[in-house]
Design a protein around this ligand. Sequence first.
Ligand SMILES: NC(=O)c1ccc[n+]([C@@H]2O[C@H](COP(=O)([O-])OP(=O)(O)OC[C@H]3O[C@@H](n4cnc5c(N)ncnc54)[C@H](OP(=O)(O)O)[C@@H]3O)[C@@H](O)[C@H]2O)c1
Length: 319
Amino acid sequence: MAKPDQKSIGVIGARGHTGQELLSLLLAHPRFSIVFAGSRKLAGKPLSALADGLGENLKFEDISPADLRDRQFDALVLALPNGMAAEYVAAVDEARPQSVVLDLSADYRFDKSWYYGLPELTRRHASGKTRIANPGCYATAMQLALAPVADVLAAPACCFGVSGYSGAGTSPSERNDPDVLANNLLAYQPAGHIHEREVSHHLAGPVRFMPHVAAFFRGIHMTSALTLTTPHTVDELSARYEAHYHGEPLVKLSRDIPRVADNANRHHAAVGGWAVSDDGRQAVVYSTLDNLLKGAATQALQNLNNAFGFAESEGIPHG
Ligand SMILES: NC(=O)c1ccc[n+]([C@@H]2O[C@H](COP(=O)([O-])OP(=O)(O)OC[C@H]3O[C@@H](n4cnc5c(N)ncnc54)[C@H](OP(=O)(O)O)[C@@H]3O)[C@@H](O)[C@H]2O)c1
């Protein structure tokens, strides 16, 4: 039950990797209260059945789109596999149109009637928006690396990404099978990955993206190769990023190449490690983030904070 000064949040797909992270963040947030957590598999079990520390008070429920008619909530978060959001969104549009809906899947990231919530790059459009598409994890890592140089790219950036296997969700597949991944690296979908289209769409210029998955559980490493219209030194490149991300608590810049292990379980993205060719026209920038946090749940919390007029970083530990 939400207290009078709290906003009530329902989460569908709460058992999954991103749902679980969001439950933890919401439970610790002073201004939000979880009023239901949807899972078919864990229906009837307390949240603590998923992870210690999530508490015994609330139980998972199997919640269909039709069930939303009888529910009270200020915001609904959808953490379902791609392609499953529409029926829930239609139910909210009908029964509780003023409520906020935040979707973690790719279903609305190309829909102009939805706000695309990558706050460091898009928050100027956030005011008053109640339909929020949360960006993809790789797409966040790419856009944070490319945005400061988007106006000086002479050719599509080539982005080589490696994700931990939590990026493949909980449904069993080759890409989240620790036996397949042991001492291994899997390449997949070398052309037309949805995050390639997402970044090309939102940065308004084409990028190339080559995804891979490795044996670590959480984190993304992204190497972005840039062809620049004018020569840059490392100092000039780094100054661009400093100017772009000045005052941003969740983007950490460094001259050293950021590493997955240093930034996993943290809420920020790390960007830097710049290198340039002798003629200054070829450059590389690295980015890394926790796919389940800045790539998903932390970003969702930033967006929910903005939707309700709270400080964007409220409830997000950083430092
Ligand atoms: N993992 C990441 O790094 C990441 C990052 C950013 C965005 N995303 C996006 O966020 C969404 C959730 O990702 P996730 O990794 O948290 O997924 P996940 O671990 O596979 O969880 C999916 C959740 O959806 C529920 N579900 C409902 N209907 C389902 C169905 N027909 N098939 C499978 N599951 C169903 C599952 O719970 P029950 O089966 O108990 O109902 C489960 O809680 C996806 O759209 C994904 O693309 C993921």
